[in-house]
Design a binder for this molecule. Structure first.
Ligand code: TXA
Ligand code: MG
Length: 320
């Protein structure tokens, strides 16, 4: 059993695990989270591996101190300060433009990042002791219910996480409300523990955005998912035209005799965690190179390979 009572000693131990790149399930007032160092892309890749999500979904960064908001996001608005003053710590997640510090895998390549300060002493102490934001989705496997007790977590993810901190039952029991600030408007992306009315009491009328938990890539009115501008295609010999400026992404090595303008290797050890951690930042890097085309090698669809291929297939499809 790796479930431990959430006392100071065990929280310290959990913070060590987070700092070392491990996974810790911890209580928040909404639901239990599956946490990893939010600034370490490989640690974050482990979250996707364990959740067995067939695709990437951007994660919430949990903070214990408002000063982190300045480091993670660029927005400075009175209306946001108002919400933070009133509702943090609490079940309100804010989606704001991200800074360079936030790894691409946390946001699944989105230019925005979701941040929240949970209202639970164990979560706050864990984040504080870890000295970094903790990336955490709800600690359930894909398709299962969100856990509100440590035993729910151990049932589904018990042997997959390094430690589960038992802090009793989550008092709110539903996930946080997600609010995006975009072009001076607020959009409610997910209903949750804080009601729309309570938010509107503070900042006036807000709009309801579109977000589908199962299909986060579904195109809504919001700039939700990252889509590459340069055409992206899976490798096919016919695509190799020397008159074109072509970039290539391979898993571990360049297998082709062609003068590529840029080559990226996702993981020289063919480690899918490393590959996942690099994927979005490589796509961004290549995008800046003014290429005519990016070709990418297909990856075996096992473990994280499924999520990587899902992302790539979607990106390829946009240019068909
Ligand atoms: O109460 C909660 O929010 C819990 C606890 C653990 O904090 N966490 C949680 O995380 O529910 P998760 O990953 O299960 O749901 C987070 C939702 C996802 O649907 C994700 O798509 C959305 O937040 N999200 C994260 N970053 C986003 C972004 N940059 N833009 C839009 N939506 C985002
Ligand atoms: Mg969830």
């Amino acid at each position: 059993m790796n479930t431990y009572k959430a006392n100071s000693k065990n929280i310290k131990k959990a913070a060590h695990i987070i700092k070392a790149g491990g996974l810790v399930a911890f209580p928040t007032e909404t639901v239990y989270g599956l946490g990893a160092d939010g600034l370490n892309p490989i640690a974050v890749a482990k979250i996707f591996e364990v959740k067995k999500r067939p695709s990437f979904n951007p994660l919430i960064l949990h903070i214990s101190d408002k000063s982190w908001l300045k480091k993670l996001t660029t927005v400075k608005r009175e209306k946001i300060d108002l919400l933070i003053k009133k509702f943090w710590p609490g079940p309100l997640t804010l989606v704001l433009p991200k800074t360079e510090l936030v790894p691409e895998i946390v946001t699944s390549g989105n230019p925005t990042v979701a941040v929240r300060m949970p209202n639970h002493p164990v979560a706050l102490q864990l984040i504080e002791t870890s000295k970094r934001p903790i990336a955490a989705p709800s600690a359930n496997r894909f398709g299962h219910l969100s856990p509100t007790e440590a035993s729910h977590v151990s049932k589904y993810l018990g042997d997959k996480v390094d430690m589960i901190l038992d802090g009793g039952k989550s008092s709110v029991g539903v996930e946080s409300t997600i609010l995006q600030f975009y072009e001076d408007n607020f959009y409610l992306l997910r209903h949750g523990g804080l009601s729309k009315e309570e938010i509107e009491n503070e900042v006036g009328k807000i709009k309801t955005g579109t977000m589908n938990e199962q299909k986060p890539n579904s195109p809504g009115q919001l700039p939700f998912h990252y889509s590459p501008h340069t055409p992206l295609k899976f490798f096919n010999k016919k695509l190799l035209d020397e008159k074109k400026k072509i970039g290539a992404i391979f898993l571990r090595q360049n297998k082709l005799d062609f003068p590529f303008a840029k080559i990226k290797l996702l993981s020289e050890q063919a480690d899918l965690r490393e590959a996942a951690a690099n994927l979005f930042s490589f796509l961004h890097d290549l995008e800046k190179e003014n290429l005519d085309l990016i070709i990418v090698e297909k990856i075996e669809e096992t473990g994280l390979g499924r999520a990587i291929m899902d992302r790539l297939k979607k990106a390829v499809k946009q240019h068909e």
